[in-house]
Design a protein. Structure first.
Length: 280
């Protein structure tokens, strides 16, 4: 197993933390970003120079580019870039504040886009590499109460799918990861709620709020197993375009895709009817 150097955003918790722990344990090097430098003190104490840490808020575009520049310049080569940092915003579209909407988009969508843009010149120059973009089951299936979260995840999936085609000639692979619920602290620390409007108590969107507020719920997904699959995907050639993780993710995405396909196929004649006749 070849040793690699990884750049991972958001290593203080969740999948970023699980991946970092597994990678350091097996002997790889990790350049990790956190918003609180002390959040990785235990890892730094245990693994020393194999963990490079930088403070980063991915909503700060100049800082994203500066940290990526520093990581590549100081570490020489980075084999895998993992765009992991993000959070969920819950509430009906009308309930959310303008500030919440902007911050959600700047974190999950713009931050991820700028991370990839900052890394691509280095990956091209070194002759290749991998990009792993963390998405979610909510990047393919949509649920009431998650409209802005879905907007960012559907958006970043479209971006990543286009980029994977753009950079294929440079030996750069891109993989989108779509986990379902996992036993991380995402539900407790990475979900934000919009202000409640009583009018939406009768809306399906209220269900998402209740789920987010229920601190006793336990997800089925094992984050350590999921992190290992993400890590192992780098050994697959070509890079898998998408990886669904968790039975809930598979089932929800399967329902969403088959439903959309059925609706599309029912419109075939209508779609073709809008073309000019052949030869004209």
């Amino acid at each position: 197993m070849a040793q690699r150097t990884w750049l991972i955003t958001g290593i203080s918790s969740g999948f970023g933390r699980h991946m970092t722990e597994q990678l350091l344990e097996r002997g790889d090097h990790v350049a990790g970003t956190v918003r609180n430098l002390h959040a990785a003190d235990d890892l730094k104490a245990a693994y020393g120079d194999r963990l490079w840490i930088a403070n980063l808020d991915v909503t700060d575009t100049p800082a994203v580019h500066a940290v990526v520049d520093q990581a590549f310049e100081q570490l020489g080569r980075i084999d895998v870039v993992v765009s992991n940092a993000g959070y969920g915003l819950i509430g009906a579209a009308e309930e959310l504040t303008d500030e919440q909407i902007i911050h959600q988009i700047n974190t999950n969508l713009v931050g991820s886009i700028q991370l990839v843009r900052a890394a691509l010149p280095y990956l091209r120059a070194q002759g290749g590499g991998r990009i792993i973009q963390l998405s979610t089951v909510g990047g393919q299936a949509a649920f009431p109460g998650g409209s802005l979260y879905h907007a960012t995840k559907w958006g970043i999936e479209g971006f990543a799918e286009a980029v994977m085609q753009e950079v294929a000639p440079f030996n750069i692979g891109v993989t989108i990861v779509e986990p379902g619920g996992a036993r991380t602290n995402f539900r407790h620390h990475s979900l934000k709620l919009g202000p409640r409007m009583e009018a939406y108590d009768i809306s399906p969107a209220a269900g998402a709020r209740r789920i987010a507020e229920d601190k006793t719920a336990v997800s089925m997904g094992d984050p350590a197993k999921m992190a290992k699959i993400m890590i192992d995907s780098v050994d697959q050639h070509p890079a898998p375009k998408r990886i669904a993780l968790g039975s809930d993710s598979y089932q929800a995405i399967h329902r969403a895709l088959t439903g959309r396909l059925a609706e599309l196929e029912a419109q075939r004649e209508l779609a073709f009817s809008t073309d000019f006749p052949k030869g004209q």
